[in-house]
Design a protein around this ligand. Structure first.
Ligand SMILES: Cc1cc2nc3c(=O)[nH]c(=O)nc-3n(C[C@H](O)[C@H](O)[C@H](O)COP(=O)(O)OP(=O)(O)OC[C@H]3O[C@@H](n4cnc5c(N)ncnc54)[C@H](O)[C@@H]3O)c2cc1C
Length: 251
């Protein structure tokens, strides 16, 4: 069966060559047994400039035909030269094996300038819904932290975040705080946790209900192909136009 997102333009491993420079690992946090947060810093630069939602490419010293991998920046832009990545371990994955086993605080990676067009409008005036699972949350954390901090979010925003267990919910405290301070409609959806009092099952069940009235909205989807295919399918069935659905595909 052909994929619904196969013709979406992404900027994956192939494509233009970027200039790579030293990026230092300053902190590593075990967020879950399979996800690590990497704080990075560009030594010798006052600022690492990026827009919330963009990604960096890293060129790894791995034995593979293509050695570059992309990672969304999970922190909000500031005036400094540091930022955070949120990386999930892929079974038998070459770059993630390197990141999880060989990289330590003080390690130097080869990184690019920030890339990508998966960003919010300058001012968010139309209702917006973010949908992701797992590490697909990374660009949304950046966009939400940035948008709320700068006051550029002027419309209702919802975040449907699918995971298996409660312990898998990345950046939960940040999103709870945004719910409290800014009225973010935050829906952590769990598919395997029996004693969960929040939304259960697949993430798709919940945003389709929330938008059952098909009111105008821009949807941002981020993550792996299967989830994006399903989300795209549901939104199309509901009658949303392609231009209302923005996609960042992690393939
Ligand atoms: C724009 C963009 C942004 C990205 N942002 C992030 C991010 O913020 N965090 C993050 O963790 N990743 C992100 N990725 C994915 C990342 O670039 C790598 O693809 C991922 O880390 C796997 O690399 P690897 O070398 O370990 O696996 P590889 O050695 O490339 O893959 C090993 C095998 O696993 C398969 N595979 C790869 N990923 C998965 C998966 N998730 N599930 C099942 N099979 C898989 C591959 O097809 C291959 O057969 C992003 C990708 C893109 C294009």
């Amino acid at each position: 069966m052909s994929s619904l997102v196969e013709n979406i333009q992404v900027e994956p491993r192939k494509g233009p060559k970027y200039l790579f420079f030293d990026v230092e690992v300053t902190r590593i946090v075990d967020a879950t047994p399979t996800v690590k947060l990497f704080d990075l810093r560009v030594p010798g630069r006052e600022a690492y400039n990026f827009q919330a939602g963009q990604f960096i490419q890293i060129d790894f010293p791995i034995n593979a035909k293509v050695t570059r991998r992309s990672y969304s920046i999970a922190s909000a832009p500031d005036s400094g030269n540091s930022f955070q990545l949120c990386v999930g371990r892929v079974p038998d994955g070459l770059a993630t094996r390197y990141l999880f086993e060989d990289v330590k605080v003080g390690s130097i990676l080869k990184g690019s300038d920030a890339i990508g067009r998966f960003v919010l409008p300058d001012v968010v005036e139309k209702e917006t819904c973010f949908i992701s699972t797992g590490v697909g949350i990374a660009p949304f954390r950046s966009m939400l932290m940035d948008g709320y901090a700068r006051g550029t979010i002027k419309a209702p925003v919802s975040l449907f975040f699918g995971n298996r267990y409660e312990s898998d919910i990345l950046y939960r405290e940040d999103f709870e705080k945004m719910r409290h301070d800014h009225g973010l409609h935050f829906y952590p959806v769990l598919s395997r946790q029996q004693d969960w009092h929040g939304p259960q099952g697949h993430v798709h069940v919940h945003y389709t209900k929330f938008f059952a009235d098909k009111r105008p909205c821009t949807f941002f989807l981020c993550g792996w192909r299967a989830m994006l295919d399903d989300a795209r399918h549901h939104l199309t069935e509901m009658g949303y136009d392609r231009k209302d659905v923005k996609i960042e595909l992690y393939d």
